[in-house]
Design a protein around this ligand. Structure first.
Ligand code: BES
Ligand code: MN
Ligand code: ZN
Length: 488
């Protein structure tokens, strides 16, 4: 997609559509008032008659109005001014694009706010780009069509570029998640990472099965045993800091390219969306791509643990005792609690390289969705100030997160009679936290925050601003975290 700044008067813009933003519970102002004037007060009249809804993300189209050169004026509700944050800006612009992209459009102009901070514009541009891509990869008749060119008003050139880049990186992550597991498996994911590394000049290191064996990653390897696909540990390094020895942020992602549950097999209903179980890894790769594309002055490494969790003659079994790279033995009580087994070794590898901070992203537990719903990610940490930092970044990005406790009782639940630990808690209560307590064992004293994205990573149904499938959730939070760079 291309993006260009709008210069001059809105009514002179030649485009398929002109999108204006309308605040709820107030008079028309800014670009909406300007366009209203140009088309003879039509917006005002439709507002007065209640025909236009100004609730956040509500879209009303006025076809072929006289007085503007654009083919249609699209009024999108911004909701109340006081609550318009980056998340609302993202969804609002996304809803307009989502509606318009139902047909091919060469050019669409957006004039949402004339007094917005660059952060709002950036999130909105990102949303406008994300709204155009659907999970229709294998349909002849596409549900969405990328808009040829976005024209954007009242934002500076740097914001246009960063918004577009973030949107493209989110769409990249979303595509990786949306690809079926038979297309996106550990080696093909590693190939995607190779392309990103080449295009963005990243260092890349990939460990295949043999190397993982030599490196004693017994926990990760056990999960891969039931699959015909070789596991991969992909490491990418972006060095944007001035000094080579500057602190590094490690981003670790769960990349289970398909989670059948293994011998503790899932039901059909649970399994049918499990191509999404590599969303953590896809988000890490998309975020590193964005951070490199933005040339942020920081060092960031991405660690992606890629395996397929299958049943099969060689599959790992209940009661098996795994020897992790860290030397901690893990008794398997449920082969469907595989994400933590993969992350145990990946976190160990990441931590050995002495990063200043660690964040991991994982579609780790259904329990986190039970606790927080489908739209919020769960945060769990061994270091409150680092968690606060992650929370602040998420807040700036407008992405909902909520911290869950790391009480000692959850650690007690994963003690095992035969090994150092076991891979599930006692019963299903507190499942998000017992999982996090296992991960905590593998990060040493390094400040670490775990983000459980089981809910927000994948949308089973389309939303008004976004089609179904992979969402790219938390990618903007990771970029924001790298921008804040409080850990440097
Ligand atoms: N990948 C799943 C978690 C998940 C569930 C992600 C729904 C996205 C949507 C994970 O590997 C899993 O199966 N977790 C189990 C753990 C349990 C066996 C202790 C769960 O949450 O049921
Ligand atoms: Mn599982
Ligand atoms: Zn899983």
């Amino acid at each position: 997609m291309k993006i260009q700044a709008v210069t001059g008067s809105l009514k002179e813009i030649e485009a398929d559509a002109l999108v204006v933003g309308l605040y709820a519970e107030e008079q028309l102002s800014g670009p909406a008032a300007q366009v209203d004037g140009a088309i003879g007060g039509q917006i005002g009249r439709l507002l007065a008659s209640g025909e236009i809804n100004t609730g956040s993300g509500q879209v009303t189209t006025i076809l072929a109005p006289a007085g503007v050169k654009a083919g249609q004026v699209v009024c999108v509700g911004l909701g109340r001014r006081a609550v318009l944050d980056a998340g609302a800006a993202f969804r609002t612009a996304g809803a307009a694009s989502h509606t318009l992209a139902a047909r091919p459009r060469a050019k669409v102009a957006y004039a949402l706010g004339d007094d917005w901070k660059p952060e709002l514009h950036e999130a909105a541009i990102c949303g406008a780009v994300v709204g155009c891509q659907a999970d229709d990869l294998y349909r002849k008749e596409k549900k969405r069509h990328p808009i040829g060119e976005l024209l954007w008003s009242h934002a500076d050139a740097a914001t246009l570029q960063s918004g577009l880049l973030l949107g493209e990186c989110m769409n990249f992550t979303r595509r990786l998640v949306d690809e079926p597991a038979d297309v996106m498996y550990p080696e093909s994911f590693a190939a995607e990472a190779g392309h990103v590394a080449r295009d963005f000049n990243l260092e890349i290191d990939v460990w295949g099965r043999k190397r993982l064996e030599d490196e004693r990653c017994g926990s990760l390897l056990a999960v891969a045993k039931g699959s015909s696909r070789d596991p991969q540990l992909v490491m990418v390094h972006y060095r944007g800091a001035k000094s080579a020895t500057a602190p590094t942020l490690a981003l670790v992602g769960k990349g289970v390219t398909f989670d059948s549950g293994g011998l503790s097999i899932k039901t059909n209903e649970q399994m049918k969306v499990m191509k999404c179980d590599m969303a953590g890894a896809a988000t890490v790769l998309g975020a590193v791509r964005a951070i490199a594309g933005l040339k942020l002055p920081v060092n960031v490494s991405g660690y992606m643990g890629l395996v397929e969790n299958m049943t099969g003659p060689a599959a790992f079994k209940l009661g098996d005792v795994l020897k992790s790279r860290a030397g901690i033995t893990i008794e398997v009580h449920n082969t469907d609690a595989e994400g933590r087994l993969v992350l145990a070794d990946v976190l160990t590898v990441a931590n050995e390289r002495k990063p200043a901070r660690i964040v991991d992203l994982a579609t780790l537990t259904g329990a986190c969705m039970v606790a927080l719903g489908e739209n919020a990610a769960g945060l769990m940490t061994n270091n409150q100030s680092w968690c606060d930092e992650v929370s602040a970044a998420a807040h700036e990005a407008g992405e909902p997160v909520w911290q869950l406790p790391m009480f000692e009782e959850f650690a007690e639940q994963i003690s095992s009679r035969v090994a150092d630990i076991k891979n599930t808690g006692e019963g299903r209560y507190g499942g998000a936290m017992t999982a996090a307590k296992l991960l905590e064992r593998f990060v040493g004293d390094t400040p670490w925050t775990h983000i459980d994205i089981a809910g927000p990573a994948y949308a089973e149904k389309p939303k008004p601003w976004l089609d179904g499938g992979g969402t790219g959730a938390l990618l903007r939070t990771l970029v924001q975290l790298a921008r804040r760079a409080e850990w440097v």
